[in-house]
Design a protein around this ligand. Structure first.
Ligand code: PHE
Length: 344
């Protein structure tokens, strides 16, 4: 049985309690359990108080109450300091407020335009195909009927990775035409989106990287009239039913005859003037009937099949659609720019 309670012991216990560092919520909780808990110090002292002889009860009772009060004060003071520290750390934060919401990503404007173009052609039965950005000479030039000395092969236009045998960054998506003709049996209708590279000075109007969508339609009896009608329908869906188009004669080594297609956009703004070079007409693609030599080189019999191909740059379409005056913005990945576009 423990000793009978006396004041000396209470004083010692108080000194000990005062010496405890109550600087963390964990230390304070430990103090609460060891002093006020069900097996704690006060329970023990209360039991020992019952054995105090009657004539000392009054005095010891007062001393014990004073001790309890002092412990409670220690606890309350430490507790309010910790509360104030917690408030300071979380000041200005109201945990009951609704959250700021999740930041949702958005599509890049070029992705939106590309998707719209692919959707239009999908409705006409064109299937998407893909090819590599690093190519060999055959798929970018030779297989497309480029003569050996053609200027497009020159170092000034093409980024070469390796010479003899040549490895290069494709300068157009027409390389995917060659790959697809090599591995498929006609008939087929394909659209081939992708990034292309040309060694050009970077400015508001041109860049060494840009994006094309290539098209290829091979079947029996495909004519120039089929091409014109297909491209007109495409332009009507992209720019509106009353759009005007024109086909100008042109030259590409891999199509014969070849043309360039313009769409009348108008001259409403400064950006319109700049992008259309003051004419209101936007040159959106090169096109033509696939040259029989190209069909033959890729294993398609030109006596049986014919077809048309086209290739368009999508940056200029996006620039007019959203009145973007500088091509470089597409490649800077500044979120303030990228996040502005929600639909094509
Ligand atoms: N490849 C050509 C270019 O990049 C465009 C084109 C594609 C022309 C298909 C005719 C047929 O300019």
């Amino acid at each position: 049985m423990a000793d009978i309670l006396d004041r000396v012991e209470l004083d010692r216990l108080l000194t000990e309690a005062q010496a405890e560092a109550l600087e963390t919520p964990e230390a304070l909780e430990e103090f609460r359990i060891t002093h006020f808990g069900r097996q704690g110090l006060l329970k023990d002292l209360n039991e020992r108080f019952r054995q105090v002889p009657g004539e000392q009860k009054r005095e010891m009772g007062q001393a014990l109450n004073a001790f309890k009060g002092a412990l409670q004060t220690l606890f309350d003071e430490a507790s309010s300091i910790l509360d104030a520290q917690f408030d300071a750390q979380t000041s200005g934060q109201d945990p009951t407020l609704p959250s700021g919401g999740v930041k949702v990503g958005s599509h890049h404007p070029l992705s939106l335009v590309r998707r719209e173009i692919l959707d239009i052609f999908a409705r006409m039965g064109f299937v998407v195909a893909d090819g590599p950005e690093i190519e060999d000479d055959w798929h970018v030039f030779s297989g497309l009927n480029f003569p050996e000395e053609h200027p497009a092969r020159d170092m000034q236009d093409t980024f070469f990775i390796q010479r003899d045998p040549d490895l290069l960054l494709r300068t157009h998506t027409s390389s995917v035409q060659v790959r697809e003709m090599e591995r498929r049996d006609p008939p087929f209708r394909l659209v081939m989106p992708g990034r292309v590279f040309r060694n050009e000075a970077i400015s508001a109007r041109s860049h060494c990287i840009f994006h094309q969508v290539e098209g290829l339609y091979i079947d029996k009896g495909v004519s120039f009239a089929d091409m014109k009608q297909t491209l007109l329908m495409f332009a009507q869906q992209l720019f509106g039913a009353d759009v005007k188009i024109r086909l100008r004669p042109s030259y590409f080594p891999f199509t014969e005859p070849s043309a360039e297609m313009d769409v009348y956009w108008g001259l409403k703004t400064e950006v319109d003037k700049r992008i259309t070079k003051g004419t209101g007409w936007l040159e959106i693609m090169g096109c033509g009937m696939v040259d029989p030599a190209v069909l033959e080189a890729s294993g398609v019999d030109p006596e049986v099949y014919s077809g048309f191909a086209f290739g368009m740059g999508i940056e200029r379409i996006a620039m007019l659609k959203w009145q973007i005056g500088d091509l470089r913005l597409f490649f800077e990945n500044d979120m303030r720019f990228n996040a502005q576009f929600t639909r094509a």
